[in-house]
Design a protein around this ligand. Structure first.
Ligand code: K1U
Ligand code: ZN
Length: 192
């Protein structure tokens, strides 16, 4: 589909007419989800298209975040929009080479999900607030303090860039049970 990315304008720097594509999301277990992603060097058109496709894929899923390894690209790029509103994108963000540069001592428990582990949810404890530094599509370094769902989401997505899934925080039995369910789901999808 070719359409103007009006909704993605603003801080993402994506505001031109371009084909937008959703990409297939990898399902756990997949070795590409376990790899540490490579830092982004130059901001090329290929990177811009990837970021745009990731936002499109995230909104279509629907989800509040997505990391490049989930669409099979081993680059340190994540997108997120945790504004809970129906309809148009609210605050689409593209973070490249994100780093947590500070985190609160107090923790937050959130029942997390993952687009690579469909229909499975579990409580994960993480710092409730984090300071994050990243490279934006505008070529500038950004820093922001995140709390609430944004803090949970950005940590979940940075984990993806380090080859880590939310189930890695669970005990071995629960993790194995979820992994088996996903193996079954993948076998069924392959047969269909
Ligand atoms: O990384 C991902 O797989 C995306 C994931 C992000 C996330 C969810 C919950 C806690 C931390 C990180 C999702 O978006 S799962 C879907 C989801 O949470 C959601 C979907 C529609 C509306 C609201 C939330
Ligand atoms: Zn995830």
């Amino acid at each position: 589909m070719v359409r103007a990315c009006k909704g993605f304008a603003g801080e993402t720097g994506i505001n031109y007419v371009t084909p937008m594509t959703t990409r297939p999301i990898l399902i756990h277990p997949d070795p590409r989800l376990k790899k540490v992603a490579e830092p982004v060097g130059e901001i090329t058109d290929k990177i811009r298209v990837l970021a745009e496709d990731m936002l499109e894929t995230m909104y279509a899923a629907p989800g509040i975040g997505l990391a490049a390894p989930q669409v099979g690209v081993g680059a340190r790029i994540l997108v997120m929009d945790c504004v809970k509103e129906e309809g148009a994108p609210a605050r689409p963000m593209v973070l490249m080479n994100p780093e947590v540069i500070g985190s609160s001592d107090d923790a937050n428990v959130y029942e997390e999900g993952c687009l690579s582990i469909p229909d499975q949810y579990a409580e994960v404890t993480r710092p409730s607030e984090v300071d994050v530094r990243w490279l934006g599509l505008d070529g500038e370094i950004h820093e922001e303090h995140f709390d609430g769902l944004w803090a949970t989401c950005v940590q979940h997505e940075i984990d993806h860039l380090d080859g880590k899934l939310f189930i890695d925080y669970l005990g071995p039995l629960k993790r194995q049970m979820i992994t088996r369910k996903m193996q079954k789901l993948k076998r069924e999808k392959a047969r269909a």
